[in-house]
Design a protein around this ligand. Structure first.
Ligand code: TYD
Ligand code: MG
Length: 451
């Protein structure tokens, strides 16, 4: 007789424990443990009865190029790595109101030669129609369904046989397989399971919308992100028109690829030349401003970093940052004070990346240091200068990759000097009219800015 064994498994992150625990030590979720029983007999003994397992030399495996659906949206196609792979499942996460439903309806309408089934559990067909009228695009091949039942979605999809299925959102649909409420960990996982299975068995791509929690994670089980092939993040400051679509995970392409959109009164428009838009409308000769030549995925962005350093009237000075990691800002301030003697510990520091962008490229460090020094000394950095290097803890300026791409973009935008790390000397392989200035440390930077 096979012996039954039981184990408690966290339904959020699959952490296992022999006893019930209230709070998961791995992911911190409360009340997420469920008892699971399994057969304690070693699996190997059954291996011969489980059918033949195919083993083959890697040289004999034939590769069929994955088919991709052209979504008629240059930005999204790029972020996905050249179109949507058939049979893949994509999860798009973003804060409420950022434009997820707008983006997906727009895609459903633009792919007019494909049959698309757009399912919404959040909005009625009337509301979706209203949005379509606003965007002023139409397609007879775009089918709309308003339901919150996962079974009904799959049943309809099997009848209609669409070439793309969109479900808005995975947190608001439910399945009868689980009796917990919509949006709960077990419900989200069960629904995602049903839709993933539909995608794989019918070879139809599925796009799921996912909500974001307060701390920016996709709400629901962590393993949701492991279940899908691609995770995209839609972000941006709602007060600005720009939206960024970033690939966080992609089984069929590069991660950190970036798509940039502008939210207009008639839907989302792709931004082809972001540097031009980001640098437009800036005032010249202002202190506290420096331009960074950053790269995100395959794109190069020239963007403005702004700092305001002012005397603090509090015992602990304020540090506020928009679009840049606040811990990294604190580190740069500490390096600036310790290694270059720029006293900032009694100053409030406000930092902003213009346009509501969030930049992850470490090359933004040098521009941030330059704009802080510029505001602290109240001297303007020339508007013909731009910066691209990382700062180290000892005040050294470190090299960054893709120097040619950065210089090319900066030159095209009319910059005359680009400040780089001295270790990037060999990375400049072509002749440019923009002049590279190689610097070794923070003191070097200050000297160059003040002279
Ligand atoms: P929405 O797509 O519903 O966001 P999400 O699904 O991520 O919650 O709406 C995004 C916002 O965009 C909403 O405040 C209205 C605005 N919007 C426009 O500015 N222009 C448009 O053409 C549309 C359709 C919406
Ligand atoms: Mg929505």
């Amino acid at each position: 007789m096979a012996k039954e064994k039981s184990v408690y498994v966290c339904s959020n992150c699959s952490y296992q424990s022999s006893a019930y625990i209230g709070k998961c030590p791995q992911c911190g979720a409360w009340g997420s443990f469920e008892q699971k029983t399994f057969n304690a007999q070693p699996q190997a003994k059954h291996a011969h009865s489980a059918g033949q397992v195919l083993v083959q030399p890697i040289t004999q495996i034939t590769y069929n190029d994955t088919q991709r659906l052209n979504l008629k949206d240059t930005e999204l196609n790029r972020v996905l790595g050249g179109g949507l792979v058939t049979g893949s499942v994509v999860l798009i996460g973003g804060e409420p109101g950022i434009g997820k439903s707008t983006l997906l309806l727009q895609i459903a309408l633009m792919c007019s030669e494909c049959k698309v089934l757009y399912v919404s559990a959040e909005e009625s067909a009337q509301q979706i129609k209203l949005r379509q009228m606003r965007m002023n695009i139409s397609s007879d091949n775009c089918l709309i369904m308003s339901t919150d039942s996962a079974e009904q979605i799959v049943q309809t999809a099997c009848q209609e046989k669409p070439q793309l299925l969109i479900v808005d959102s995975v947190q608001t649909i439910t399945t009868s397989q689980s009796d917990s409420f919509a949006g709960s960990i077990t419900q989200v996982r069960a629904c995602a399971d049903i839709l993933t299975e539909y995608a794989k068995t019918n070879n139809v791509p599925v796009i799921l919308v996912g909500h974001i929690t307060k701390d920016g994670m996709i709400a629901g089980p962590k393993i949701l992100e492991h279940m899908v092939d691609t995770v995209l993040q839609f972000e941006g400051d709602k007060n600005y028109g720009y939206r960024i679509l970033r690939s966080v995970k992609n089984r069929f392409g590069a991660t950190n690829e970036l798509g940039i959109y502008e939210m207009t009164s008639y839907g989302l428009q792709g931004v082809e030349n972001p540097s031009k838009v980001l640098l437009s409308g800036r005032e010249e000769h202002l202190s506290g401003v420096a331009i960074c030549a950053a790269t995100e995925g395959r794109r190069t962005l020239l963007t403005e970093t702004q700092a305001l350093v002012s005397p603090s009237y509090y015992s602990s000075p304020q540090r506020i940052s928009n679009g840049f990691d606040i811990r990294r800002l604190n580190m740069l301030l500490a390096v600036l004070e310790k290694k270059a003697g720029v006293k900032v510990s009694n100053k409030d520091v406000f930092l902003n990346i213009a346009g509501g962008l969030k930049i992850n490229d470490p090359a933004v460090d040098l521009a941030i240091l330059a704009c802080i020094i510029s505001s602290h000394q109240d001297i303007a950095v020339s508007d013909k200068f731009c910066f691209a290097a990382e700062a180290g803890l000892s005040g050294e300026i470190r090299p960054v990759p893709y120097i040619d791409r950065r210089m090319k973009e900066a030159q095209a935008m009319g910059f005359e000097k680009i400040f780089l790390s001295k270790y990037n000397k060999d990375s400049v392989t072509e002749k440019y009219s923009i002049r590279p200035v190689f610097i070794a440390g923070i003191n070097d930077l200050i000297e160059q800015l003040i002279k």
